[in-house]
Structure formats: structure tokens, C-alpha cells
Design a protein around this ligand. Structure first.
Ligand code: ATP
Ligand code: MG
Length: 239
């Protein structure tokens, strides 16, 4: 099997966390890192880093590039993923052009460049509706939606039975700012990955529609039907 190193891009609430869980359940050899989850863990543990992060997150502002880059890079390194044979999935990082460039330069010496980038393209009307009903399990990052994907026991994580919480940045006001940030930062990011020939846009109104599309793209790449350099090249079209 080819190694695959994936990045999920998408507006807040576009289903990055949900698709991550589903991909991980399907491809057991892949693990993920979500910058948002890493930060929420720091906040929950009340670390110094968490205290700084909370100030930005509560306002819906992006953290300074250097701050998040270091956090994620340390995580990649401590998990042993800076290697040509590693497979992993990133959610929420990089999300600015600066972060993307820095990550690329950090992965290059290890021959561990990203192989595919997916843009989850979901209508904003759908996204806004979802957020109200969203609950998370902070330690694992598992996401639930009371309408589409409710927990088996109300208010409890399916796996650990621990309590679910509402994200404090999922309010109408803060969420609006997060969406604005995404609109501003995502265009250059997508252009960067499109030029590298690894961007795939996957459109759909629900996670059930998007998942099979993601799955077939990942399966093709795993089974070596074309290296990331030759297959699905420069697709900013719908996948
Ligand atoms: P969702 O989880 O709904 O898809 P999201 O992508 O906005 O939405 P997270 O990725 O969980 O949410 O990020 C939450 C917050 O953490 C962001 O609003 C931002 O303040 C901070 N953050 C996370 N990742 C980054 C990053 N790569 N760069 C800067 N700030 C970040
Ligand atoms: Mg998320």
C-alpha cells in the first residue's frame, strides 16, 4: 500500500471531524491530528498554552501561525510521522498559506509531503443549521449532531460514556467570525495545493454524500492507481 498523507480543508462545520472519524474507522492504519482538538485539550488541561489559545478561540480568531505550527509539528514528530512511510490525516492545520508553506518545508526533508488535500464543499445554509445541534467529546474530538448523528445515550460519548459538551465558539456570533476567517484564508491555501496538483474538491450537502466520494479517492490512491502526482491532477473540479 502506498503511504497517504491527507489534509481536510473546509469551512467550520463542513464535517472535517465527522469525515475524519469515518475515514479512520475504514482505514485502520491511518491516524489523525486535529489542530482544534489539540488546542481544546490544552484548554481543558488548563496549560499555559491552553490559556493563550482560549483567548483567541473564544473570539473566533485564528492563533498566530508560529504558535499552531509548532504545536502540530511537535505532535507529528512525537508520533513518529516525519517519515516517508507514514500515513496520516490532518484536520484544521494548515489553514493559512503561511502555515502550508512552513509545513511543506518541514515535511520535505523527511520525504513525508502531503499526498492529497480534500476541500469539503458544503453549502453555508447547511453548515449554519448544523452548528446549533453540535456536541463534542473533547478528549477524543468525536463530534455528534443531535439530528444526523446523535449519541447512543443522550449527552454521553458512545465510546467512553463521558459527558459531551457544546463548543463555546459554536455561538452564532463567534461562528460567523470563524466563517469569515475561512473565506479569507482558504482561497490562497487552495490555490497553493491546486498548483501542487493534489487538491480535490468534494461537494455535497451531507456527510453521507461526501464520505463515499472521499473513500473512493483515498482507495484509488492507496491502491496505487496513479501516484498523487499523476492521478486526479489539479482537480479543483468536483470530485
Ligand atoms: P470545525 O471544527 O467546525 O470544522 P473549525 O475548523 O473552525 O471548525 P477547529 O479546527 O476546531 O474549528 O478550530 C477551532 C479554533 O482553534 C479556531 O477558530 C482557531 O481559533 C483555532 N485554530 C485551530 N486550528 C488553527 C490553525 N491551524 N491556525 C490558527 N488557529 C487555529
Ligand atoms: Mg473540527
Amino acid at each position: 500500500m502506498n503511504p497517504i498523507r491527507l489534509l481536510l480543508l473546509g469551512a467550520p462545520g463542513s464535517g472535517k471531524g465527522t469525515q475524519t472519524s469515518r475515514l479512520l474507522a475504514h482505514f485502520k492504519h491511518i491516524q489523525s491530528v486535529s489542530s482544534g482538538d489539540l488546542l481544546r485539550l490544552q484548554i481543558q488541561r488548563k496549560t499555559e498554552l491552553g490559556k493563550i489559545a482560549a483567548q483567541y478561540i473564544s473570539k473566533g480568531a485564528l492563533l498566530p501561525d508560529a504558535f499552531v505550527t509548532e504545536l502540530v509539528h511537535n505532535e507529528l514528530s512525537s508520533r513518529g510521522w516525519l517519515s516517508p512511510s507514514s500515513s496520516f490525516l490532518l484536520d484544521g492545520f494548515p489553514r493559512t498559506l503561511k502555515q502550508a508553506k512552513t509545513l511543506r518545508s518541514k515535511l520535505a526533508p523527511h520525504k513525508a509531503a502531503l499526498t492529497m488535500v480534500f476541500e469539503l464543499d458544503v453549502p453555508e445554509s447547511v453548515i449554519l443549521e448544523r452548528i446549533e445541534n453540535r456536541y463534542v467529546h473533547v478528549p477524543s474530538g468525536r463530534v455528534y449532531n443531535l439530528t444526523y448523528n446523535p449519541p447512543k445515550v443522550a449527552g454521553k460519548d458512545d465510546v467512553t460514556g463521558e459527558p459531551l459538551t457544546k463548543r463555546p465558539d459554536d455561538t452564532v456570533e463567534v461562528f460567523g467570525r470563524r466563517l469569515d476567517n475561512y473565506r479569507e484564508t482558504s482561497a490562497p491555501l487552495k490555490e497553493f495545493y491546486a498548483k501542487l496538483g493534489i487538491l480535490h474538491r468534494v461537494s455535497g450537502e451531507t456527510s453521507d454524500i461526501i464520505f463515499p466520494k472521499l473513500l473512493s479517492l483515498v482507495e484509488n490512491s492507496l491502491n496505487g492507481s496513479g501516484t498523487p502526482e499523476t492521478s486526479e491532477k489539479s482537480t479543483t473540479r468536483d470530485a
